[in-house]
Design a protein around this ligand. Structure first.
Ligand code: AN7
Length: 414
């Protein structure tokens, strides 16, 4: 069976042990499978019959066979060939992996279906997370599905309304902490240590990472087991880029893909400690005290999975880029207008990052690139409305409508 290993000192913990940080050195944990076991499990996958989804890869998930799954049908999101956007940006082979197509509208559902399934398996009746929005929306939905209690802590300041409405309607207890995300996260760590009956489901939870690794598997599956040259991902707490890399390396070790893509992380200016560490070739991050960006989902100053992310980027010979709010908004609008894909600002950072990297000559025009868009545009309708033309109010009269559209007056047949 798989086990939980400390990413630093390699201390091992059992798969059914409730432990969030290494008891020896305090670092975060990851699930490790014995490579032979993974190869054996791969044989159990019904590749031909089970559709694309997180649970297609059930034998690669650290969940007991008899466990009932808490699922809403996650994964299996579209990988959209984007010729028009590619032409606009100057590359030939561009794909958008649109994670907004998940049940609650973000990639978080991949991790939550596994995380909440594990929570129930462990007997938890109360789950908690801190969130910039999407994690709380997803956890609230899966907790409702499982019939267990849910508490979410969100930072003060602007929270995208779509996300907040989801956490609220699913019946989570929503606390808005007078502080930023990083502070809210510290509180949920403390609460779950102090009250052992509350199960922690932030992205340091390695079972969530296992669910999210399916995003890496799925991209390869959709490209016929030919990995792309590069995968570009918005980075906040850095759980996702780490998870995708884990999935890719597992497929590589199994011989299912022959090469590994360059992992490319994009952060927003004002919240970019990982990109800064990569660009300055540092082995440490300098946390940002008061992170700011219009992309509220990734307004995170002290990413907990930074070590895993830096490792993924360096090992894969990838890179990291920083984009401004204006670049993010411009990319959001372009994607919506050229490809018909509406994503929230944080998600558009992957497109903004790609544009910048092409301009800098880092991304070559013949690379096969997959940009991951992490959350649906309806999550944050305010930002979309602010940068679009307002509806034009007209009289209920054909002439008035024609005038507003700049059409010639209709010539009525006699
Ligand atoms: C749309 O919901 O951290 O690098 O608390 O919602 O894995 O943190 C959200 C993160 C990118 C960054 N895009 O992913 C939360 C939260 C969207 C997001 C990210 C988030 P990570």
């Amino acid at each position: 069976m798989a086990h939980q290993d400390c990413i630093n000192c390699k201390t091992t913990y059992g798969i059914d042990e409730v432990v969030y940080f290494c008891k020896k050195c305090g670092d975060i944990l990851e699930i490790k499978f014995d490579p032979n076991e993974l190869a054996e499990n791969a044989k159990a996958i019904e590749w031909k019959t089970i559709p694309l989804s997180v649970w297609r890869y059930r034998p690669f998930m650290p969940i007991h066979e008899s466990t009932r799954l808490v699922t809403l049908g996650e994964g299996g999101t579209g990988l959209h060939r984007s010729e028009r956007l590619g032409a606009e940006l100057g590359i030939q082979n561009l794909y958008i992996k649109n994670e907004g197509e998940n049940p609650t509208g973000s990639f978080k559902d991949r991790g939550m279906t596994v995380g909440v399934t594990k929570a129930v398996e462990l007997g938890a009746r109360h789950v908690i997370c801190a969130s910039t929005g999407n994690t709380s929306a997803s956890l609230a939905a899966y907790a409702a599905r499982a019939g267990i209690r849910c508490t979410v802590l969100i930072p003060s300041g602007k929270i995208a309304y779509g996300k907040l409405s989801q956490a609220m309607i699913h019946g989570a207890k929503v606390l808005q902490v007078r502080g930023n995300f990083d502070e809210a996260l510290e509180f949920v760590f403390k609460l779950s240590e102090k009250h052992r009956d509350i199960y922690l489901l932030n992205s340091i939870n390695p079972f969530r990472v296992e669910g999210q690794k399916s995003l890496g598997y799925e991209i390869c599956d959709q490209l016929n087991y030919e990995a792309p040259d590069r995968i570009i991902i918005p980075v906040g707490n850095a759980g996702n880029i780490s998870a995708v890399w884990k999935g890719l390396t597992e497929f590589y070790q199994l011989g299912l893909i022959k090469k590994l893509p360059k992992m490319t992380g994009i952060q927003a200016q004002g919240s970019a400690p990982i990109a800064q560490a990569i660009q300055t070739d540092s082995d440490q991050i300098i946390p940002v005290q008061n992170p700011e960006t219009i992309a509220t989902a990734i307004r995170i100053g002290a990413p907990v999975s930074w070590k895993k992310a830096i490792n993924a980027i360096r090992e894969s010979h990838g890179t990291a880029e920083i984009v401004t709010d204006d670049e993010i908004l411009d990319a959001q609008k372009t994607l919506a207008r050229i490809e018909g894909i509406f994503v929230e600002p944080a998600s558009a950072s992957s497109i903004a990052g790609l544009k910048k990297l092409i301009k800098k000559g880092v991304v070559a025009n013949d690379e096969k690139v997959v940009c991951i868009t992490t959350g649906h545009g309806l999550k944050d309708p305010d930002t979309a409305i602010k940068q679009s033309d307002e509806p034009i109010e007209v009289d209920a009269d054909i002439g008035a409508i024609e005038a507003a559209l700049g059409l010639k007056k209709a010539i009525l047949a006699r």
